[in-house]
Design a protein. Sequence first.
Length: 195
Amino acid sequence: MKYSAHCFSILRKRLACVAVVAVAVAAVFLCSAFPASAEKAPGVTIGIVDMDMIMQNAAAAKHVREQIDKKRTEYQRSLQATEQKLTASQQDLIKQQEGMPEEAFREKQQGFHRQVMEAQRTTQTEQRQMDIAVERSLNELRQKTGEIVRVVARQRNIDVVLASHAVIIAASALDITDEVLARLNQEMKTLPVKW
């Protein structure tokens, strides 16, 4: 029986996963078999923060979403107006076709196609600029949130802050999300998007 390279690749990946799990299990057993003394390994204080919840509920994030919605509405209106204009031009071109020489019609048709291509380029450019502006604002919000997380961690003597999505089980006392969110809302109530 012949095995393909793909089958061997899958088998290697599975064996690697099994090896990683085996090493992790062995490490857990070794750590529990030989507990470290308090003098050798000082305790590490851990904090947990839910960045998704902060990005959803922060006043500045809500302000960004409001601006995005407003800009999208304006963008949709502009897009509809352009589509209506192009549709009218197309219908006008179809009406003119019957009494027009073929060469003149072809020139008008090419002009219409240029209008369509220009409208598509403009639409793509506006969409790209909108995406960049939104991402820039969200990055600013993430950066500010990170600064506040560092301040809270320092004030609470927290050594390590983990993202909540990376934690399976933790005591609620470790969660600093509410404090970070409250400080963020205090320090950054709004966040103007720079279009």
